[in-house]
Design a protein around this ligand. Structure first.
Ligand SMILES: Cc1cc2nc3c(=O)[nH]c(=O)nc-3n(C[C@H](O)[C@H](O)[C@H](O)COP(=O)(O)OP(=O)(O)OC[C@H]3O[C@@H](n4cnc5c(N)ncnc54)[C@H](O)[C@@H]3O)c2cc1C
Length: 380
């Protein structure tokens, strides 16, 4: 076992660090305030090869590992949580297509992604959140195509202008539900039955595009089925293992930035004629935050390493997501506390990080759902 980065991983980290500092961080405050999705950043990410990070080299990508994804997403999340969320969702979509797509689908959708077209993953519905098995969207076979009807909510990488295609999970055999009754479809935005509904106005990650998706008599050819008919629930759940590692990576990046800000501020802010960092109470906060963060990083890298070695990683992905998300909320809260009243003011970066961190315990399965997954694995 080694904890040292390989040459390839160090080079990637340097590239993403420089990119995030020069291109992502300078926009973070403006796009948070306006809620504007940073399309220009997508174009720049495509140019430096970041969109193809986990697309196989044979399809024009860089073919990097899950561990590399953790490093890249964490580094970007230090600069801007909204941008990191958009990126993590794209890497999730890439991973799902990589694992389940046929050659023609990979050529088409990877080709489009490498030009900067955004993909979404549409599972959640108004009545089916934590209980993904209760979804209502149906796909009915008519000849050589399917007709999809239903509505999805809270879909990332989908906005008034944003998003070019989505992986849609729908019921093809309602009686079977999670046991072979769901199918995954690749659905294009220019399909007349694909309608983007309300775009959400959010508390945090305000620049990430998150919208409703309405599927109305949406006709999709059979060749747009991802994997096989009936594979949808398995595809969604195995995709979520990778997605959860992505959220844990975001959590580590956001917490790392919160810790940096807290250290800097505590050294420079003076009360009672001395820096507040000279108080043991503040030092204990900082020590707790650093230890919490390091534990989350190790859990996240371990889950990613298991996936890279093709080992079962479901429980570890849930542990990493659960711990890292809760950790980021704790660390951001302590960092804000260390900033005192200034932490509550929008001029200070920690105010944004505190709001951005809050979603981490909710999407890609809430903390409660992660504990259900962990317990199922322990009790099986
Ligand atoms: C900004 C944002 C982006 C998102 N992006 C996407 C996306 O790209 N694609 C997508 O498909 N979805 C996406 N989601 C949806 C997200 O994954 C769901 O919100 C999440 O899974 C929770 O579902 P819910 O909101 O319906 O909450 P509910 O399932 O209604 O849960 C409400 C509360 O009850 C708890 N609860 C539920 N069941 C249990 C139980 N059995 N035991 C204990 N507690 C329980 C939950 O943990 C939670 O605390 C996004 C959501 C947001 C807010």
């Amino acid at each position: 076992m080694t904890f040292e980065l390989t040459k390839e991983q160090s080079m990637l980290l340097d590239l993403v660090r420089e990119f995030s500092q020069n291109e992502v961080a300078p926009l973070a405050e403006e796009i948070d305030r306006s809620g504007r999705f940073p399309l220009e950043t997508v174009e720049k990410m495509v140019k430096v090869g970041l969109f193809g990070l986990n697309i196989p080299e044979s399809y024009g990508g860089v073919g990097m590992s899950e561990v590399c994804k953790v490093l890249a997403v964490s580094e970007m999340a230090k600069a801007c949580a909204s941008t990191a969320e958009m990126y993590a969702v794209q890497l999730l979509v890439n991973a799902i297509i990589s694992m389940n797509g046929n050659d023609a689908q990979k050529k088409e959708y990877f080709g489009r992604t490498l030009k900067g077209e955004l993909g979404a993953f549409a599972l959640t519905e108004p009545g089916a959140g934590s209980d993904a098995g209760s979804l209502q969207t149906v796909a009915v076979k008519e000849g050589d195509h399917y007709v999809i009807n239903g509505s999805k909510c809270f879909i990332s990488n989908l906005g008034p202008e944003e998003g070019s295609y989505a992986i849609v999970i729908a019921l093809t055999d309602p009686a079977k539900k999670t046991h072979g009754g769901m199918t995954a479809f690749l659905v294009d935005r220019d399909n007349p039955g694909f309608k983007v509904g309300k775009t959400e106005d959010k508390m945090g990650i305000r620049a990430a595009a998150v919208s409703e998706l309405i599927l109305e008599d949406c006709i999709v050819d059979e060749d747009h089925i991802l994997g096989r008919v009936g594979d949808g629930f398995r595809i969604a759940m195995s995709g979520l293992d990778s997605g959860r590692i992505g959220i844990a990576s975001q959590a580590c990046g956001e917490a790392a930035r919160a810790l940096e800000l807290a250290v800097e501020y505590s050294k420079q802010r003076k009360q009672f004629k001395k820096p507040i960092s000279s108080n043991q109470g503040i030092q204990w906060y900082l020590s707790e935050m650093a230890t919490d963060l390091e534990a989350a990083r190790l859990l996240t890298l371990q889950a990613a390493d298991l996936r890279d070695r093709k080992q079962p990683a479901g429980m570890n992905a849930s542990m990493a997501k659960f711990f890292a998300a809760e950790m980021a909320v704790r660390v951001a809260g302590k960092a804000l506390q260390i900033h005192g009243g200034y932490g509550f003011i929008k001029d200070y970066e920690i105010e944004r990080i505190y709001r951005d961190a809050r979603i981490l315990t909710i999407y890609e399965g809430t903390s409660e759902v992660q504990k259900i997954v962990i317990a199922k694995n322990l009790l099986k």
